[in-house]
Design a protein around this ligand. Structure first.
Ligand code: CA2
Length: 144
């Protein structure tokens, strides 16, 4: 089983600011956690990050036929991007949305997620562990 883990803008800066919201682990720590968990649950995980919306669209489209599932943290594009919603709908690859922080406890504009309606589930507010939960969820769903 192959999972594509996609991260949007600024997530490469994890650990360098706002530790009260995002914790103090770095992006490299996140990648290591994901890789270790992938090995534990016997799935392949490819992890990517970009600051560019169009590249996320390209990666989501390209996942069709290459990956069994997508774990998607679109970061700020969550709250703005119909293009990402359309890409997830078009790709038809089972996708779980992840957010490190609890969007419901933050500014009102963060409560809107365009991609949510195309995703099987949303995991938010669980820190980096949320990515691992999303991987477990996809594995469960794909094994059904
Ligand atoms: O909680 C999440 O995972 C978010 O997707 C993170 C985005 C934010 O725009 C969303 O509303 C919620 C922000 C990613 C930037 O992350 C940084 C964290 C620490 C330091 C610098 C950037």
């Amino acid at each position: 089983m192959k999972l594509l883990i996609l991260n949007g803008p600024n997530l490469n800066l994890l650990g360098i600011r706002e530790p009260e919201i995002y914790g103090n682990k770095t992006y490299s720590d996140l990648c290591k956690l994901i890789e270790a968990h992938a090995a534990d649950i016997c799935v392949e995980a490819e992890i990517r990050q970009t600051n560019h919306e169009g590249l996320l669209v390209d990666w989501i489209q390209g996942a069709r036929g290459c990956f069994d599932g997508i774990v998607l943290n679109p970061a700020a594009y969550t709250h703005t991007s119909v293009a990402l919603l359309d890409a997830v709908l078009a790709a038809q690859v089972p996708t779980v949305e992840v957010h490190i922080s609890d969007l419901k406890q933050r500014e009102p504009f963060r409560r809107i997620s365009y991609v949510r309606e195309a995703c099987l589930a949303t995991v938010a507010g669980k820190g980096l562990t949320g990515y691992l939960e999303a991987m477990d969820l996809l594995k469960q769903i794909l094994n059904r």
